[in-house]
Design a protein around this ligand. Structure first.
Ligand SMILES: Cc1ncc(COP(=O)(O)O)c(C=O)c1O
Length: 393
């Protein structure tokens, strides 16, 4: 893998014709180390957020060897590469073939479900295995999240007791898992969800082995600056201590976005300018899906070979390269007023759900990938308080 000191040095040496994914695996390692040292339980990495092996290796090197998978392909990717790893298949709806193959070929023993039909599928597909750890996915409010996941998955609290009673006799360990929604902007979502779990435990009279608080931990974007991550972990820690039935359970979390957002940026080129619209060579069908309909404003850094830009700034929106009008990123992206064709832009925080969502629509696809050694444009781990926390202080 080619290594550059910055996106600027890449432009100076190569003037790339197509978008380039710029990995910063060290940043994923830094985020993983922060979570590992501070979270009051076990960390699983949600591989879907960024399945690049350089990124996964760097998370693994921080000491995280437990992965949350949502497909058989993710099991295939990890199995064998990390001999001591544990894979937990936490997608609540799976095909029979993927349950069977993940159990028999890839050693998966942890499965999530949100209905008795799915339980039956898991039991039949594993030939009624006796070493399963089963998790009931609970639907919890996703009120403060940018992406709601509870509309699609999860059993309502009033049904969870019955599902838990059904899995108890057929599981080695049982648990409850939930997801407060991705890019969750309020730590209180975690305490509210944990309170619901506490009530379920009390009313069902069952002892849970594991409570999995899922993902949802936010990253930082210019239009979405969350409270400090430590507030989220403190909220989880104090709720667990306050609710005695939770205190007896092992706690897991499955962060995706917060571990890898800073782990990559995307280098694009301006191919055309019309007023305050820049037509760039990557877009919502490429690595910038979240800048489209979800409206994320990514941090941007302009790059020109001679480095000379106007000091006055302007708010721009972007159009991607395809023929589709939906390939539009409203922004505002704040850049020098004299941006023009041939300039480059480093777009930060695309490490989570960025390059992994690229399509080949209209034939626009670039998998050119390099590693950068400088710091990301924006970071939530990069101040002295966080650095102390990363070190476990
Ligand atoms: C089951 C599960 N766990 C973890 C995650 C990771 O969530 P996030 O990237 O918001 O941390 C997701 C995201 O969709 C998920 O579905």
């Amino acid at each position: 893998m080619e290594l550059f000191s910055s996106a600027r040095s890449l432009v100076q040496m190569h003037e790339p014709d197509r978008p380039v994914t710029c990995l910063r695996p060290e940043m994923a390692n830094r985020a993983a180390t922060y979570f590992k040292n501070r979270f009051p339980g076990k960390i699983l990495y949600a591989v879907k957020a960024n399945p690049r092996l350089e990124i996964i290796d760097s998370i693994y090197n921080s000491g995280i060897n437990h992965f949350e998978i949502a497909s058989l392909s993710e099991a295939e990717l990890l199995y064998g590469r990390y001999p001591d790893c544990r894979l937990s298949y936490m997608h609540p709806i799976k095909s029979r073939g993927s349950i069977r193959n993940s159990y028999f070929k890839y050693g998966v023993r942890d499965f999530a479900l949100d209905s008795l039909d799915e339980l039956n599928k898991i039991l039949v597909s594993t030939d009624y295995a006796e070493d399963l750890n089963l998790f009931v996915r609970l639907a919890v409010p996703n009120d403060y999240a940018e992406f709601n996941l509870s509309q699609k998955f999860g059993a309502v609290p009033s049904n969870v007791g019955q599902i838990l009673s059904s899995i108890r006799p057929v599981s080695k360990k049982i648990g409850v898992c939930f997801h407060v929604g991705s890019q969750c902007m309020s730590p209180s979502s975690f305490s509210s969800a944990l309170k619901i779990v506490g009530e379920i435990i009390c009313s069902s009279n069952l002892i849970l082995d594991i409570v999995d608080v899922g993902g949802g931990f936010p990253s930082i974007y210019p239009n979405l600056a969350p409270p400090p991550l430590d507030d989220y972990l403190q909220e989880i820690r104090s709720t667990k201590e306050r609710i005695s039935v939770l205190n007896k359970c092992e706690i897991w979390a499955e962060p995706g976005r917060a571990l890898v957002a800073e782990g990559a940026s995307t280098l694009v080129r301006v191919d055309h300018r019309k007023d305050d619209h820049l037509y760039i060579n990557d877009g919502t069908y490429g690595s910038l899906f979240d800048a489209g309909f979800p409206g994320f404003v990514f941090p941007v850094k302009p790059i020109r070979k001679d480095g000379k830009f106007s000091a006055s700034l302007l708010s721009y929106s972007f159009f991607g390269p395809t023929c589709d009008g939906l390939d539009y990123m409203k922004g505002p992206f704040i850049l020098p007023e004299d941006m023009k064709e041939g300039d480059y832009i480093e777009i930060g925080q695309t490490g989570a759900y960025g390059c992994t969502m690229r399509t080949r629509f209209n034939g626009f696809y670039s998998d050119r990938t390099v590693v950068l050694t400088d710091l990301p444009i924006l970071s939530m781990y990069q101040n002295s308080a966080y650095e102390q926390q990363i070190a476990g202080g």
